[in-house]
Design a binder for this molecule. Structure first.
Ligand code: NDP
Length: 347
């Protein structure tokens, strides 16, 4: 923090009147930050669906307001009470209660318990890490589960729902990179975008959903990444091939799930729940290394829009309306003055 700097900027959500929440960029006092947590100068954060819920007063995500959302951030440590971390260390902070009931990454500085930090992999740039962000990390968790459960390209096609969203886009790209034949379901006119990410086939939502009264449908998928829940997840499970794995991470369409046991007891379908918030640090660190290394995505820059704190509010409305394609990264530092020749920020 600058020597004479007493405040830092943050996007604060507060309840203006009962159940009416507003977002405002405000100056907050450094003195309010706890001394017993690690202080991080934030370089980038990212906008995730959960941030939009927190920013719009969803008490299931955030109980108390005023509040600074932002469930992930990358930056540099300024002050650390723990010998495990030192000033100058580059870190990713994400998950646990960050941006939910603990002030988050939509700010120039954040403080967090040391257990919430993972090192920024050496091969990864600041902006790149938040291009993945929590959505990309969740996609990586879904793909890792499919692989661990024995799903491989020769076993058949894999399905991704909510494919043009954050988790969906990154899932399509990783799976395609690993050689899978990816079928993407989208409600947008996003066919070209999804093909660039590597989708072999793109289905409309209407084209995908089938007669929901049937207990089983024709076998199609060796693996599934479902980000939307409800009838999409029901259809995907009913279409699971013998021994397939279906990962469930989101509820963008619905939190409901109405099924019989038949996909599980007749086809041996495995349904795996994915959670990023409480994912253990060791697993977290391993996956970030994979994302920086063998799963690194050349197309990542194509799926990112970079915005500033002041532009967050309108993008929160867009993500709640299911209108965002790809990932939104929030830049907290001044635009880079040193650029390498591919246009990305040098560190
Ligand atoms: P996005 O808003 O970026 O993407 C969601 C996508 O779902 C949309 O772009 C849209 O894709 C599709 N969609 C939205 N509304 C509907 C609807 N009514 N019916 C069908 N499809 C719809 O969100 P994220 O990708 O960041 O997150 C996806 C889900 O995963 C969310 O529910 C989020 O809360 C959850 N999540 C869970 C995590 C965990 O730890 N379990 C971590 C991160 C996210 P399209 O137009 O292409 O169909």
């Amino acid at each position: 923090m600058g020597k004479d700097q007493a405040t830092y900027r943050a996007m604060v959500v507060w309840e203006k009147e009962k159940d009416k929440f507003v977002c405002e960029v405000k100056a907050l006092d450094f003195g309010e930050l706890p001394d017993d947590e690690v202080l991080v100068k934030v370089h980038y954060s990212s906008l995730n669906y959960k941030d939009a819920l927190s920013a719009s007063g969803n008490r299931g995500v955030t109980r108390r307001y005023p509040h600074v959302p932002g469930i992930d951030a990358v930056g540099v440590i300024e002050r650390s009470p723990s010998p495990a971390w030192k000033p100058g260390d580059k870190v990713i902070v994400s998950g646990f209660d960050l941006g939910m009931n603990h002030d988050g990454g939509f700010a120039e500085y954040l403080s967090a318990p040391q257990e919430w930090l993972v090192p920024l992999p050496k091969e990864m740039r600041f902006e790149e890490s938040m291009s993945w962000g929590t959505a990309g990390f969740t996609a990586a968790q879904c793909v890792a589960k499919l692989l661990e459960n024995g799903v491989s390209p020769h076993k058949g096609k894999v399905l991704v729902t909510g494919a043009s969203g954050g988790v969906g886009s990154v899932s399509v790209a990783i799976l395609a990179k690993l050689g899978f034949e990816v079928v993407a379901v989208t409600g947008k006119d996003a066919g070209r975008y999804l093909q660039i990410l590597g989708a072999a086939e793109v289905l409309t939502r209407e084209g995908f959903l089938q007669d929901n009264s049937k207990l089983l449908l024709q076998e199609q998928w060796a693996g599934v990444v479902d980000t939307v829940g409800g009838e999409y997840l029901e259809t995907a499970i009913k279409q699971g091939r013998y021994g397939s794995t279906v990962t469930c991470c989101g509820n963008a369409a619905s939190a409901d799930l109405h099924l019989s046991v038949y996909p599980f007891i007749l086809r041996g379908v495995t349904l795996v729940g994915i959670d990023s918030a409480q994912c253990p640090v060791l697993r977290r660190t391993e996956l970030w290394q994979k994302m920086a290394g063998e799963w690194a995505l050349e197309q990542l820059a194509d799926l990112v829009t970079v915005i500033t704190l002041n532009e967050l509010e309108k993008n929160i409305g867009k993500i709640l309306a299911g209108k965002v394609t790809g990932r939104i990264v929030v830049r907290m530092i001044a635009p880079p003055d040193r650029l390498v020749n591919n246009g990305k920020e040098s560190q």
